[in-house]
Design a protein around this ligand. Sequence first.
Ligand code: ADP
Length: 159
Amino acid sequence: MTSIAVCPGSFDPVTLGHLDIISRGASVFDKVIVAVLHNRNKQPMFTVEERVSLLCEATKDLENVEVDSFNGLLIDYVKEKKANAIIRGLRAVSDFEYEMQAASINKKLGPEIETFFMMTNNHYSYLSSSIVKEVAKYNADVSDIVPNVVAEALKKKFK
Ligand code: ADP
């Protein structure tokens, strides 16, 4: 059986913390689909198309990684893609409560699909897209926490 995992998120924008989770996932699963959520509750800095394009560029060397976007319920998307797993990253205890709720409801809605949590790499435990946007606003150097293509895109946004 081919193992396919969906790695969902906002990726607004993708950071090296995300890439770490994606590449580690890609070394375990046959295929990883990075899926950008059209999230109506959040006001994003980058459009879904921009986020997909930044992710495509950032993951271009990972042969078994695909980038896509989706609307609606994650579990429906996972089933549509015939995936058998969801990958999520955990940074701190603060991530845990939400992730436990999401994994529980996903288990109820799709008992055949497993959620796998990957512990953040210590280097990136503090790293989030929000922090990146906050510091990039003040022209701080973000080149060691985001892929180059994202550092360039942030420069353009704040020019
Ligand atoms: P969401 O809005 O769904 O949390 P994010 O884009 O913030 O989307 O994150 C997508 C996934 O990547 C989540 O599982 C999140 O926990 C994980 N993630 C984000 N940053 C890091 C990091 N620095 N280390 C490990 N996992 C991370």
